[in-house]
Design a protein around this ligand. Structure first.
Ligand code: S3P
Length: 459
């Protein structure tokens, strides 16, 4: 599917953001590993979570995704209704309730699904093959395979450290070995896989990251009864200690906060399209995720946070965002980790901000759904934005006019959404090729923009 954007119309109105992708992945998997029936409201129903649920069903775990047909009453299209108000029901029977799958487990395009399952299946001692799309087969998996092997898990990647991953079974009653492990990069996906393995190890484990990545796993597992230490930070490094489970995880009952990473596109759109003012409801505000908000506020953005609350130990709030002029802002180090998925949309804001914005130490972006540094720079250049690519980031001096034209999504949902927002602020129409990939994380994205007044249609 391609999308055609006619720029110029201000965005106005209110929108409820769908459930957080990171929380949804964790909720589904941890519910599957718990003992009893879990009920998770505001679960994200999208491509990447369907990949995980499909795999869980193939592992013998009953999962049902209920979509409230009344859902979002204002939604005009099926996709708009579908990603709102989903409830996931999972009947878990503990790690030992997992059954070996009949065939390879498809993880689709979802790196989170593959890395989390690697840890969970290593913990459960289940034989399985984890595979995925061509895009997923290009992403590094040695970052989970190597430490899991150090813990004694019989897991193998292909020769270049990529999928498919092959796990052999472990004899019943045998345990993984506890480890103290320093992650070479800050990665919540790797940390989560290792924490899951550590829950079934022969003693306490400790994991150290160069900077603290999102801590949803620690919060959620703790609330389900796991022995996971409070966060410790020293000299910039972050440490988490994990004790082996002494009893099954308890079921998860509750509502997930909305996805700040999805809201990010609407936030920047409202900031750079003249005359816009929007309210976004129910946005997750976990401080390990709010790097983009901090950057935008430092740029002078008009963002008001109100109606704050907390659910399942995750803070959330409503945001009021108004169009206004922005000043440049540079980001590096820990702030990159706190906004790792928001860098493509940050680049669009930087193009409209006064002065030079530098993004450095963001080399992890080259290993996402696309090489996000190269693909982003290439597509922004084709919209006449001057951007200078660096090995670990890029630099943009603004404010620059953005010109419409034809751009490509590179099979990357976040790139497709960032380019759409650039198109909304452009001087002429933009066509995004392969824009349907947005349904991987935000199926109602175009519908949400239409409801806010944008002139967008699929072609
Ligand atoms: C995620 C962690 C991040 C992020 C991804 C989701 C998670 O990946 O980019 O979209 O849910 O833990 P890394 O941990 O590989 O940085």
């Amino acid at each position: 599917m391609d999308i055609l954007i006619d720029p110029g119309r201000p965005l106005r109105g209110e929108i409820m953001i769908p459930g957080d992708k990171s929380l949804s992945h964790r909720a589904a998997l941890f519910a599957a590993l718990a003992s009893g029936e879990s009920r998770v409201e505001n679960f994200l129903s999208a491509g990447v979570t369907h990949s995980l649920i499909g795999a869980l069903v193939n592992l013998g775990i009953p999962c049902e995704l209920e979509v409230d047909p009344g859902g979002d009453k204002g939604s005009a299209t099926k996709e708009g209704r579908e990603n709102q108000h989903s409830t996931l029901i999972v009947r878990g029977a503990g790690f030992d309730g997992i059954r070996p799958p009949a065939g390879p487990l498809g993880c689709g395009n979802s790196g989170t699904t593959m890395r989390f399952l690697a840890g969970a299946l290593a913990a459960a001692g289940i034989a399985a093959i984890l595979d995925g799309s061509d895009g997923l087969r290009r992403r590094p998996m040695d970052r989970v395979v190597d430490p899991l092997r150090e813990m004694g898990a019989p897991i193998q990647a292909s020769s270049d450290g990529r999928a498919p991953l092959i796990l052999s079974g472990r004899p019943a009653g045998s345990k993984l070995q506890a480890i103290n492990y320093r992650l070479p990069m800050a990665s919540a996906q790797v940390k989560t896989a290792l924490i899951l393995a550590a829950l079934r190890a022969d003693g306490p484990s400790c994991f150290i990251e160069p900077h603290r990545s999102r801590d949803h796993t620690e919060r959620m597992l703790r609330s389900l009864g796991a022995g996971i230490s409070a966060p410790e930070e020293e000299g910039g490094e972050a440490r988490v200690r994990v004790s082996p489970l002494t009893s099954d995880l308890t079921p998860l009952i509750g509502r997930l906060a909305g996805d700040l990473s999805s809201a990010a596109f609407l936030i920047v759109a409202a900031l750079i399209v003249p005359g816009s003012e929007i309210v976004i409801r129910g946005v997750g505000l976990n401080p390990t995720r709010t790097g983009l908000l901090d950057a935008l506020i430092a740029m002078g953005a008009s963002i008001q946070i109100f109606n704050r609350g907390s659910q399942l130990d995750e803070p959330y709030g409503d945001l009021r965002v108004r169009y206004g002029e922005l000043q440049a802002q540079s980001i590096a180090g820990p702030q990159v980790v706190r906004m790792i998925d928001e860098i493509p949309i940050f680049a669009v804001a930087a193009a409209r901000a006064e002065g030079r914005s530098d993004v450095r130490q963001a080399q992890e972006l080259r290993l996402k759904e696309s090489d996000r540094i190269s693909a982003l720079c290439q597509e922004l250049k084709s919209m006449d934005v001057r951007v200078s690519e660096k090995p670990d980031g890029f630099a943009i001096t603004g404010p620059q006019p953005i010109c419409g034209g034809e751009v490509q999504a590179h099979a990357d949902h976040r790139l497709a959404m960032a380019l759409t927002v650039a198109g909304l602020a452009a001087r002429s129409p933009t066509r995004i090729q392969g824009a349907g990939i947005t349904s991987e994380s935000y199926p109602g994205f175009f519908n949400a923009l239409q409801r806010l007044g944008a002139n967008i249609r699929s072609v």
